[in-house]
Design a protein around this ligand. Structure first.
Ligand SMILES: Cc1cc2nc3c(=O)[nH]c(=O)nc-3n(C[C@H](O)[C@H](O)[C@H](O)COP(=O)(O)OP(=O)(O)OC[C@H]3O[C@@H](n4cnc5c(N)ncnc54)[C@H](O)[C@@H]3O)c2cc1C
Length: 402
């Protein structure tokens, strides 16, 4: 089957699940940006939603940075990652503007090429004309300007969405059982009922029997805070290259600048490290030399969740054992009419693996999940839906005969 055919037809192992009746109760595990955007979309579509989070307040882990950037993902060619993040960025800008125009705290972002091949890539991207003129402009020294991108305030998003959603904090869900309905059991053995569950737990999303087979890995990241009062001059927009530097923003009644973010695979400790601060400072100085020698006034560390292909996992969760049986013959070629439709775990879904761009992807993923559950047309193409499907790694292994 060609990519063109696939635009209209979902392959059986990625079939859309049966829609859920409006008004039924959906529990979301995880109150980060993924869980809150998904809950909001489902609530708008007519479902009753409850978000559970183990922290004392929502958006306290990866989504808890004082400022986040919307940084365009630039790639050449027609790959799923470029197409997804392009659509996600446009969707996110519209979503946050509609939620509250004050969510964007800095307007304007400049991307620096970090190597000669990068410079060539930027030139080709301009030539490709993928982005409209008012969105991307060539700037001096091979840089690219994105006037309507910039930095946003996660605390503002948290406050707005907390007012609109039912969120139960301080509850760690440790077990999920299905028997007509779902039962969620927390660490105190208290039980909660739901018709369906969406797991939005960041790197902890695979801590359930039902999700252990998913290839999600934690990647540690640390950001560094600087005092803009001590600098002779500060940038007026976000600078991105090797790392990023955010212009002064007000955080808890004081102005700070933020630079980041370090990237450590398979690291799960959350201690603040001097070595990470130094790495962030060196990267920031390559973007704005006046950063050199500045005093560090704080920082924050959290874990991102990554999938092997760096795209999120968004969709119904496969029954791994039944997939092995149903699609064992895929190694002989995807002759798709001969295969049964996907055996899913009933009423169990995931939105996770948002990597380093969760604020960009969460609004589109939330809308996609809501469309999937309600049976509405998806906000993205069939190939992109399939590229995000949580069963894709199982299927790729089966095709390879693994
Ligand atoms: C240092 C750093 C800088 C970043 N900078 C940016 C940026 O500038 N722009 C950008 O777009 N992205 C950025 N990211 C990435 C972005 O923060 C993430 O992609 C995004 O926050 C992921 O959201 P999430 O909801 O999937 O995960 P999280 O925010 O981690 O939320 C998961 C939630 O699930 C809860 N949870 C997990 N398991 C359970 C359980 N069993 N029971 C109850 N609750 C549970 C956790 O308490 C947590 O609140 C950065 C990440 C880091 C670490």
């Amino acid at each position: 089957m060609t990519d063109k055919d696939r635009t209209s037809q979902t392959r059986p192992w990625y079939r859309r699940p049966s829609p859920l009746t409006k008004g039924c109760h959906i529990a979301l595990i995880g109150g980060g940006i993924a869980g809150l955007c998904t809950a909001l979309a489902l609530q708008k579509a007519g479902y009753r939603v409850t978000v559970f989070d183990r922290e004392p307040h929502p958006m306290a882990q990866a989504s808890g940075n004082p400022v986040g950037i919307l940084d365009p993902y630039l790639v050449l060619g027609q790959g799923a990652d470029g197409a997804f993040y392009h659509q996600a960025l446009i969707h996110a800008l519209a979503f946050y503007a509609a939620l509250d125009p004050d969510i964007m705290v800095t307007q304007g972002l400049t991307k620096f090429p970090v190597s000669p091949p990068d410079k060539q890539k930027f030139q080709k991207i301009i030539a490709q004309e993928t982005w409209p003129q008012d969105f991307m402009r060539a700037a001096p020294e091979g840089r690219l300007d994105f006037p309507i991108c910039g930095a946003l305030s996660p605390p503002k998003i948290r406050d707005i969405l907390s007012d609109r959603l039912s969120i139960r904090c301080g509850i760690t869900i440790s077990q999920l059982d299905h028997d007509r309905h779902w039962t969620l059991t927390d660490s105190d053995q208290t039980q909660y009922e739901a018709d369906a569950i969406i797991i939005c737990g960041g790197p902890a999303s695979r801590h359930f029997v039902q999700t252990q087979h998913l290839p999600l890995e934690p990647v540690r990241g640390q950001i560094t805070y600087l005092d803009p009062e001590k600098m002779a001059d500060v940038p007026s927009q976000v600078l991105c290259g090797r790392g990023y530097l955010i212009p002064p923003v007000e955080v808890e009644d004081r102005m700070i600048m933020i630079t980041g973010a370090s990237f450590d695979r398979k690291e799960i400790s959350l201690d603040i490290r001097d070595s990470d601060h130094q790495e962030n400072m060196a990267n920031a100085a390559s973007l704005w030399p006046l950063v050199e020698g500045q005093t560090i006034i704080g920082g924050r560390c959290a874990l991102r969740a990554y999938s092997p292909d760096h795209l999120p996992l968004c969709g119904p969760l496969p029954d791994a054992g039944q997939y092995q049986t149903a699609y064992n013959q895929l190694k002989h070629g995807p002759r798709h009419q001969e295969f049964d439709p996907a055996p899913y775990q009933p009423g169990l879904y995931m939105v996770s693996g948002l990597g380093a761009r969760g604020f960009m992807s969460a609004p589109l993923l939330g809308d996609m999940m809501s469309s999937l559950i309600s049976g509405a047309p998806l906000p993205l193409s069939t190939p992109l839906y399939e590229s995000l499907h949580p069963a894709r790694f199982l299927i790729r292994n089966l095709i390879r005969g693994l």
